[in-house]
Design a protein around this ligand. Structure first.
Ligand code: UDP
Ligand code: MG
Length: 333
């Protein structure tokens, strides 16, 4: 490690995506400030306002007056958590970046432990939910099935019960920004980059205030994103199903042919016909829909739109001898 890196190894960025979180932010800041007090390096807290419609921004401004370590990145509208995270990671200047939900489901008290693991040499410290008792039975079940299917379909191992709560070293963050895709399934992207990873169990708490900003349908869309961004197995499955049906149809045709020759069976089998036609019709529509999922994502990627747009940036000021890192290495983009 060269002298330059050693000198700057001392800053941690904490990125907090916020969408209508004003009710919980003061408590979050309180707990966060207490948790990071003992860290032997400087810290910046970067709130990313993802187009909140409540007074989230005012609350953050209020906090900024009391704490000079707080920065605010305001996106031009609501782009979704994945985009907000991407934005935060791109603007964070720390030698390690911690991603934290604003609703206190990720306990800030875990941060010193995460930093410790990073200092021991891990690039990614992923926090694993030890139990999901704060989630509903339905969410637990569906999440379990989803991870099982995802695990079967993808080549990258996407760890189970690990959310976005994690620490990333500088080189891991730089690696992330080299992935230009627009459909940002962060769990998959985090897993894709690799590097030395450690999983630390923690207890996920219930939301401190407000409601979930990721209702079932949004989660479903995200889940689909996860599969289509990291696997083309469903397309292969469609081809395989098509082949199986074709072979079946051929065998059936032979059977009917033989039966007609042997027994002279005249006109019959209307029900079979109807069943076959509707079955095949369904299969075809399903396969076309599947194709559509991928083509839709191709369309989104081909437009090359930015993942997010920034309205305003206020980064906290740091003593020049501590901060000297460029925001992004020049090699990227
Ligand atoms: N979030 C965001 N933009 C969105 C939705 C959510 O920045 O469009 C943030 C939200 O403020 C929170 C985090 O993402 O800090 C996780 O959201 P939430 O707690 O609602 O999701 P859940 O924990 O229920 O999966
Ligand atoms: Mg939450």
């Amino acid at each position: 490690m060269d002298a330059e890196t050693k000198k700057t190894r001392g800053m941690i960025s904490i990125v907090v995506p916020c969408f209508n979180e004003s009710r919980g932010l003061v408590l979050l800041h309180e707990r966060l400030a207490r948790a990071i007090q003992s860290l032997p390096m400087s810290v910046e807290i970067l709130f990313v306002d993802d187009g909140s419609e409540d007074d989230t921004v005012d609350v953050i401004h209020e906090l900024q007056r009391a704490d000079s370590h707080i920065g605010l990145l305001q996106l031009s509208r609501n782009f979704g958590k994945e985009a907000a995270l991407t934005a935060g990671l791109e603007y964070a200047r720390g030698d390690a970046v911690i991603v934290l939900d604003a609703d206190l489901q990720d306990p800030p008290e875990s941060i010193p432990e995460m930093v410790q693991a990073w200092r021991e040499g891990y690039d990614i410290v992923a926090m694993k939910r030890a139990d999901r008792s704060s989630d509903t039975f339905f969410k637990r079940k569906t999440a379990g099935w989803y991870y099982a299917i995802l695990g079967k379909l993808t080549a990258v191992r996407i760890p189970q019960n690990v959310g976005d709560f994690r620490l990333l070293s500088r080189r891991a963050v730089d690696a992330l920004s080299q992935l230009p895709e627009r459909c940002r399934y962060m769990k998959g992207i985090f897993a894709w980059i690799g590097y030395r990873t450690i999983e630390i169990p923690y207890k996920r708490e219930p939301r401190a205030a407000g409601d979930t900003k990721l209702p079932f349908l949004k989660l479903l869309a995200l889940a689909l994103d996860g599969i289509t961004s990291f696997s083309i197995a469903p397309l292969r499955l469609a081809s395989a199903a098509g082949a199986a049906v074709a072979v079946g149809a051929l065998l059936y045709a032979l059977a009917v042919f033989a039966k007609t020759l042997l027994y002279g069976d005249p006109v019959a089998g209307f029900p079979t016909l109807v069943i076959m036609i509707s079955f095949l019709g369904g299969m075809q529509l399903l396969a076309i829909g599947l194709l559509g999922e991928y083509i839709g994502r191709l369309l989104i990627e081909s437009k090359q739109r930015p993942t997010y747009l920034v309205d305003s940036v206020e980064l906290p000021h740091f003593e020049p001898d501590i901060v000297s890192l460029p925001r992004r290495s020049a090699a990227i983009r």
